[in-house]
Ligand binder design. Sequence first.
Ligand code: PXP
Length: 240
Amino acid sequence: MDLGVNIDHIATIRQARGTNYPSVLDAATLAEQAGADSITLHLREDRRHMQDKDLYELKPLLKTKMNLELAPVPEMLKIALDVHPEDVCLVPERREERTTEGGLDLIKKFHDIKKISDDLTNAGIRVSLFIAPEIDQIDKAIEMQVPIIELHTGNYADFDGELKNKELKKIQQAVEYAKKAGLLVNAGHGLHYENVQNIAKIDGIHELNIGHAIVAKALFIGWENAVIEMKKIIKEYAQS
Ligand code: PXP
């Protein structure tokens, strides 16, 4: 199981003071050296963390791959076609939200999202759709003919007790269903050093995308160690 390290919150710290540090370029390079299998970043419409310039500087520097998270809107499509990351993960976006809340609604927004997805695919960019672990959403992703879905683990991360177990089961069933249909399945959101284990145990997940917890852990043990530690946990539980 691969680890995509999301470096958005390195940029959050930089933007908080309008400085040119900490460097997202150094963060990406060091994360790759520590074992990251891809570098994930989200260019939000309000530019609260990543800036357009970051994308252009990161793209030629990355040794793994860029997984660019974007809202499915024309402005972001244009940027993606210009930067040409290996992967684009389409995510829902609302300006007032603190972080991405919930997955895309592929049922309500099928045609708009399909149009953006097709344009990216035709340009040779792999498209991933960030969706809740719901069978009807997976069916729409299959209909859209994307190669990848990323399952939202936010509810699993937020819930406790029986609700958490229920959500974990939903994720397990969603992975199995999507895999049978030939999709590559990623997962992420809200995963940290104490809750990633049960997700890592699920057979068939290709990549976990994790950001906030790694940046937080880095404050105490250092950035590279935080990546190494997360890789270690994933490896250990993916094999058990
Ligand atoms: N996957 C997607 C699609 C996301 O939008 C995010 C947050 O940007 C993440 C994974 C990572 O979430 P977290 O920062 O909570 O690890």
